[in-house]
Design a binder for this molecule. Structure first.
Ligand code: FAD
Length: 408
């Protein structure tokens, strides 16, 4: 009876466990997570979970019975502290020891806490990565008299949280260090769109704001930026990015390079150890480069690959990255990686407000599409990138032509 051990019970780890059964794994499966909650979907944490009165079980990745049915042993609230590659076992909790034949690292990432003077003195400062974080934020906002919130960071998590808190009646200011929001992940056009969207909905976005100090004054936080501007807040949310959880892998000598380095079968430099999800640095054949992705799609796709590989079915990772974000009544869908584009086409859909798409090209080939309330653009974009189809840019740009593959 062989054993697969999985460290991390989130999108990557849980999917790997169930995929192992689907691929015919007969041995035992043990999944460990430091988090005590039944594994849950993370995307709603900054979206509907903040604004709606749901119970946490509604966000479970799988109901508890499914783990029992598939004979998947969940070990929650237990941190894995060491991997012994020679003995092929992991250590967990106070003195737990679990042998493995194959080990999957699905350790993901944690919120980055920037080194800001006085940050530790803040009494209502929150990150947003776990269910517990969301519940704490919800409680703090509901109990705050002024509901004055400063969100540090205008990335997806910062902006989604800002939109949700606004819906909860908060007065929200987003402080972004760069000269535009979403600078790391998309083009200035999309950044401009979301800046305007937030302004319309009453959220203040301030760019070029590098926070350097936090202090408490009369039970309020005083946030200071390097241009000496200051902001007061009852609550501070940190949306400053993530730190990849690589310590376990690093300590046992696995290759680390902007994440745990894996081959196309999600194998590390140890044949018995796989890594999947946010914690990996992996090769994407469509873009001919190594990338680290923070998305549910990548976690799920790599889980499938690792499970198949463990079951001896030669799988390789060749997915096109995709991602989504919901803010107010806007759904952004992104497919592909737009970095390095040399041309782009902005397309509006005739007669429809807030329905648009941006198509990014390099050397005439489509690299990526960002679609706003336009699922069609997302679907067509995916097809074109996958099959390396060439598009006619001027037809694409012509909103009098329908958005159909045969017409563009
Ligand atoms: P994680 O979800 O980070 O899980 C890793 C798990 O490993 C954690 O539960 C952790 O407790 C556990 N762990 C780590 N080290 C140990 C250890 N030593 N011992 C035991 N357990 C350990 N993606 C999208 O595609 N679309 C979205 O709209 C979107 N929205 C998001 C909103 C929020 C608020 C957040 C936080 C993320 C969002 N994401 C979104 C990103 C997405 O949630 C992540 O890409 C995904 O969770 C990655 O899954 P993972 O399993 O690789 O890692």
């Amino acid at each position: 009876n062989k054993t697969v051990v999985i460290i991390g019970a989130s999108h990557a780890g849980v999917n790997a466990a169930f995929m192992l059964r689907k691929e015919g794994w007969q041995g035992s499966i043990h999944v460990f997570d430091a988090d005590r909650s039944l594994p849950y979907h993370r995307p709603p944490l900054s979206k509907t979970f903040l604004t709606m009165a749901y119970s946490s079980n509604e966000y479970a990745l799988k109901p508890l019975e499914s783990y029992e049915k598939e004979d998947i042993q969940l070990h929650l609230g237990l941190r894995v502290t060491k991997i012994n590659r020679t003995a092929k076992h992991i250590q967990y909790g106070a003195d737990g020891l679990q042998p493995y034949d194959a080990l999957i690292l699905a350790t993901g990432a944690r919120s980055l806490i920037p080194p800001i003077m006085g940050l530790e003195s803040a009494t209502r400062l929150f990150t947003l990565r776990t269910l517990k974080d969301t519940l704490r934020i919800k409680e703090a906002v509901e109990n705050s008299a002024t509901k004055k919130v400063v969100v540090m960071g205008g990335g997806f998590i910062g902006l989604e949280t800002a939109a949700s808190l606004k819906k909860m009646g908060a007065e929200v200011t987003v402080l972004e260090r760069e000269n535009r929001v979403l600078a790391r992940v998309t083009s200035p056009i999309i950044s401009g769109f979301f800046t305007k969207l937030h302004a319309t909905n009453g959220v203040t976005i301030e760019t070029n704001k590098n926070v350097v100090g936090i202090a408490m004054e009369n039970d309020e936080h005083l946030v200071t930026c390097d241009d000496e501007s200051t902001y007061t807040a009852a609550i501070i949310i940190l949306g400053c990015g993530i730190v990849v959880n690589t310590a376990l892998a690093e300590d046992c000598g696995l290759h680390i390079e902007n994440g745990i380095k894996v081959d196309p079968a999600c194998t590390t430099n140890d044949d018995a150890i796989y890594a999947i999800g946010d914690c990996t640095f992996h090769y994407n054949p469509h873009y001919a480069r190594f990338v680290r992705l923070e998305s549910v799609q990548n976690a799920v796709d790599q889980a499938k690959v690792a499970a198949a590989a463990i079951c001896g079915k030669g799988a390789t990772y060749d997915s096109i990255p995709w991602f989504w974000s919901d803010q107010y009544d806007i759904k952004l869908q992104m497919v592909g990686l737009s970095n390095g584009y040399d041309d782009c086409v902005l397309r509006f859909e005739e007669g429809k407000q807030n329905v648009l798409s941006i198509w990014y090209f390099k050397n005439g080939m489509l690299l990526a599409v960002d679609a706003i309330n336009c699922a069609k653009a997302y679907v067509i974009g995916t097809k074109c990138i996958k099959n390396k189809l060439r598009l006619n840019k001027s037809k694409l740009n012509d909103s009098s032509l329908p958005l159909k593959l045969q017409d563009i």
